[in-house]
Design a protein around this ligand. Structure first.
Ligand code: F6P
Length: 547
């Protein structure tokens, strides 16, 4: 069965939402809170060790009801069944989208072309488990007989961002291995990593679903040449492993077939950390923690698949985001984790969200007549408070924001954690209520500021408030809760793609730049600039003559 093809703007719910928006767009959240002291009770979801409070949004019961109607009219329920059961929902690449199968239990059956893929997933997991055990224990050694001390993950996009984000996030659970990530084709990146490692004790994990990506192959070749300065080609077998669907190309690179960790074309690059792409994660924290990460994601999958939409975290978050994107005209969303461990979450989600839903052609093949993908950005709090929060509080833009916090700190340092979390709660409260003229006046009076100065300062010190936030409060940052959190955003992406009637799982837009870069590379290498627009020609000539 194909995904439904419904232009959201032609649904009854959309028309009703438009009318509703014209009535409530200037609603004051503070007034809604003042008028209903059970608002937080009504607008939150408790699930496992997650508490998601979405009461600080510009919505009332009717808004939510209409957004839920939109989800039903877009046939979200049927689409979820297709998603989980291996339907060819990535139509433009003629594939299923089954990252959820990677974290399904052993006794499940998920069919791709009438074949149950769960046994082969577990076969690869077993291979990861054994390999991880051997490397961590020191049983697997480098070519001079020394145990490995360093791992270098060579990949880009989904073959880098997911593992890099998770390894950073799970630093607390890490073992003795130093894990490095090389992604950029910028030669300075790989050279900085090379400076830190010893070829005798380093294991290289080349991760590329296609094994054709310029950046990854260039970095892998540079590293291989550097490695061969102190080793023989036979030693490559002990030091290089690969994760890919393209077994032929990996073998051509010189990697021992035993050192290939397969993946499948029904796993999208940006959703692949749950597959063997997560090998560096497993090496960094051990297979047990990697498995818990997968279990956490699976629990979120079950919640998303089975829970009623009005209590379904990914569905509610997606609908709220559509409300702001398509009715309020908000362009971006911020994601602010209150833990330094999640400093790479926003860059990771930028690929997940923007590569998936940055589309302008509907599933009917026609240009859409409404806004799609949101711009995602963010940094951990409290650092971001001292960087861009000014714009969120007093700028002209509406930026719906997710605040992610944890009740327990990992090192048990309550003094720091209480300070961190007081900022976490204070920011959403400040964004909600702002500061009124009366409050500012009283404050200045108390400070003894002269009347003339006070009246000059007054407008600058007023905060309008009414800025929407979701608070995602989790018990503790563990592999399991992290898995659930990441899967939550994956399903939010899915819901939005379904409602926006786009194909979320291709990325044709990335191709054009790649093609042009290849032909420009020929011109740079040969020193002969061909016909371009006058700006590109001018820049290329300047580059070549000053090289
Ligand atoms: O950026 C485009 C893209 O195709 C991503 O979707 C993918 O994650 C990345 O390139 C890397 O691709 P590969 O794993 O095939 O090297």
């Amino acid at each position: 069965m194909a995904l439904p093809d419904t232009n959201p703007t032609s649904t009854h719910a959309w028309q009703k939402l438009q009318h509703h928006f014209s009535q409530v767009q200037n609603v004051s959240m503070s007034e809604m809170f003042a008028g209903d002291n059970t608002r937080a009770e009504k607008f939150h979801i408790r699930w496992n060790d997650f508490l998601v409070d979405y009461s600080k949004n510009r919505v009332n019961q009717e808004t939510l009801q209409l957004l839920l109607e939109l989800a039903y009219e877009a046939n979200l329920k049927e689409a979820i069944i297709e998603y989980f059961s291996g339907g060819n929902i990535n139509r433009t690449e003629d594939r299923a989208v089954l990252h959820t199968a990677l974290r399904a239990p052993k006794n499940k059956s998920v069919l791709v072309d009438s074949k149950n893929v769960i046994p082969e997933i577990f076969e690869v997991k077993n291979k990861i488990k054994h390999f991880t055990g051997e490397v961590i224990s020191g049983q697997r050694k480098g070519h001079t007989g020394k145990p490995f001390t360093d791992i270098v993950n060579i990949g880009i996009g989904g073959s880098d961002l997911g593992p890099a984000m998770i390894v950073e996030a799970l630093q607390f659970y890490k073992n003795h291995l130093n894990v490095h990530f090389v992604s950029n084709v910028d030669g300075d990146h790989v050279n900085e990593i090379i400076k830190k490692i010893n070829p005798e004790t380093t294991l290289f994990v080349i991760v590329s679903k296609t094994f054709t990506t310029q950046e990854t192959l260039t970095n892998a070749e540079t590293i291989r040449s550097w490695f061969l300065k102190s080793a023989t080609p036979q030693d490559i077998a002990e030091h290089f492993v690969a994760v890919s669907t393209n077994i032929e190309k990996v073998t051509q690179f010189g990697i021992n077939p035993d050192n290939i960790f397969p993946m499948w074309d029904w796993v999208g690059g940006r959703f692949s950390l749950w597959s063997a792409v997560g090998l560096s994660i497993s090496l960094a924290v051990g297979f047990g923690h990697f498995e818990n990460l997968l279990n956490g994601a699976h629990e979120m999958d079950e919640h998303f698949k089975n829970e009623a939409f009005d209590k379904n975290i990914p569905v509610i978050l997606a609908l709220l985001s559509i409300w702001y994107n398509n009715f309020y005209g908000a362009e971006s969303e911020a994601i602010i984790p209150y833990t330094q461990y999640l400093q790479k979450l926003a860059p990771y989600l930028q690929q997940g969200i923007m590569e998936s839903n940055g589309k302008s052609i509907g599933r009917d093949g026609k240009p859409v007549n409404y806004q799609t993908g949101t711009i995602i950005w963010g940094e951990p709090g409290t650092n971001s408070q001292h960087a861009f929060f000014q714009l969120m509080h007093q700028g002209t833009k509406l930026i719906p924001t997710d605040f992610i916090g944890f009740i327990k700190p990992l090192y048990g340092n309550d003094e720091h954690h209480n300070k961190l979390m007081s900022n976490f709660f204070a920011q959403t409260e400040a964004l909600l209520n702002g500061k009124t003229e009366t409050q500012v006046k009283a404050e200045m009076e108390k400070q003894g500021i002269p009347a003339e100065t006070a009246s000059f300062l007054l407008p600058f010190k007023v905060f309008s408030g009414n800025k929407p936030t979701n608070t995602i409060l989790i018990q503790k940052l563990t592999p399991k809760s992290l898995g659930s959190l990441v899967a939550m955003y994956e399903h939010k992406i899915f819901v939005q793609g379904i409602i926006w009637n786009i194909f979320s799982y291709d990325q044709w837009g990335v191709e054009l730049g790649k093609q042009l870069a290849n032909s420009i590379l020929d011109e740079i290498d040969s020193g002969v600039v061909k016909k371009h627009d006058s700006s590109t020609e001018f820049l290329l000539n300047h580059f070549l003559s000053n090289k």
